[in-house]
Design a protein around this ligand. Structure first.
Ligand code: AQP
Length: 341
């Protein structure tokens, strides 16, 4: 019996933020620590997804390797026998399976994706790859029979599409793929990490995003810890004068509560209770700012201990091993659709 596979990745199109760290990287590290041996973890580096939107192409190769250093500095154990780390483009089966899946996905299904509509609306010329993003994501997941894909709410539609494709192809060709768990089951599985969405410190109605220019609202993992602390202390709040969790009326305060809960690894409700009755926003900001400063200081010190050479060496070894798993699944699909014996 194979272990259930958990699969996750962070694009290297721009420098990762505290949002990526608290929403995606740290939850995976914690999952590895608490459930070692129960699951197969695939923490991959989606460099092909990184070029679906314009990026600094000269930096991309190094940024991708750097994302592995970031996982390591966050505490991911790379010598764990049940963890694989690999670059998407180094496993050609991802691209090859994408093409086959494309032949079974309808144009209308891709065109109605909210992320495509939102991202394409911001660009004057829209690449086909942006439309096809979910097909590549489907290949990432289905190649390894992943059941759990811890992603944010913004990826929900894509995940549902992946399930539809897997079910469609299984119906036509027999049991080709493991169908990833439903969104509800993904959320149950995520536990404390469910729905973590760190907001901009300046514009807390918006998500903190690595590719949106919002320096005062965004904390990059490379920010000087003292400057990061100052950004939290200057965070936008409101004039209500009481600390509650309500993203509609108090998005800034709610964001600070979420940052505290994520860093302390506590359920959000517990942190909300701890601050109930407190009216000083300065106290709340100070608590969050101290935690952010300490987190970045510790993270950056650990980052220095894991060089790019170490990262490259680790990736090459893992990629060698992973390639065989991916190719076996690709061959099965190729045979089913009649392009291999
Ligand atoms: N603000 C956030 N709070 C919580 N989780 C977040 N993630 C991203 N931003 C936040 C999670 O990080 C993972 C990797 O995301 P990605 O790099 O594949 O792309 P993304 O979701 O589009 O992330 P960004 O930072 O918003 O990137 P850009 O600006 O390039 O589009 C995902 O699991 C995501 O949920």
């Amino acid at each position: 019996m194979h272990k259930p596979v958990i699969l996750t990745g962070v694009r290297s199109n721009a420098e990762p933020t505290l949002g990526n760290y608290l929403g995606a990287i740290l939850p995976l590290v914690r999952l590895q620590a608490t459930h070692a041996g129960e699951y197969q973890i695939n923490a991959f580096l989606p460099d092909l997804h990184s070029i679906t939107t314009p990026t600094d192409y000269k930096q991309l190769y190094q940024s991708t390797i750097n994302n592995l250093r970031i996982y390591a500095a966050a505490g991911l154990k790379l010598d764990d026998p049940n963890t694989n780390v690999y670059r998407q483009s180094y496993i050609p089966a991802h691209s090859e399976l994408t093409w086959i899946l494309d032949c079974f996905i309808y144009y209308g299904e891709l065109a109605r994706m909210t992320q495509f509509k939102e991202k394409s609306a911001k660009q004057t010329s829209v690449s086909v790859s942006l439309l096809n993003y979910p097909a590549l994501m489907a290949a990432d997941i289905l190649l390894y029979d992943a059941s759990y894909v811890p992603v944010g709410e913004d990826q929900r539609q894509h995940l549902e599409l992946v399930r539809d494709i897997a079910i469609r192809m299984n119906n036509q060709f027999g049991e080709l793929f493991v169908v990833p768990e439903s969104w509800e089951n993904q959320m149950k599985f995520n536990g404390n990490g469910a729905g973590v969405r760190i907001r901009s410190l300046k514009h807390p109605s918006q998500k903190m995003s690595k590719s949106i220019a919002d320096p005062a609202g965004t904390i990059l993992l490379s920010d000087d810890p003292k400057e990061a602390k100052a950004k939290v202390l200057a965070a936008t709040t409101d004039s209500l004068g009481s600390i509650n969790l309500n993203y509609e009326t108090q998005p800034g305060v709610s964001n600070l509560l979420q940052i505290i809960a994520s860093i302390q690894n506590k359920p959000l409700n517990e942190v909300v209770s701890e601050w109930k009755g407190e009216s000083s926003y300065a106290k709340l900001k100070n608590a969050a700012a101290d935690l952010v400063e300490a987190t970045l200081s510790e993270f950056q010190a650990k980052l220095l201990q894991f060089s790019s050479e170490d990262a490259l060496d680790t990736l090459s070894k893992h990629e060698e091993a992973v390639r065989g798993i991916a190719e076996a699944k690709l061959n099965k699909v190729q045979s089913s659709v009649g392009i291999r014996p």
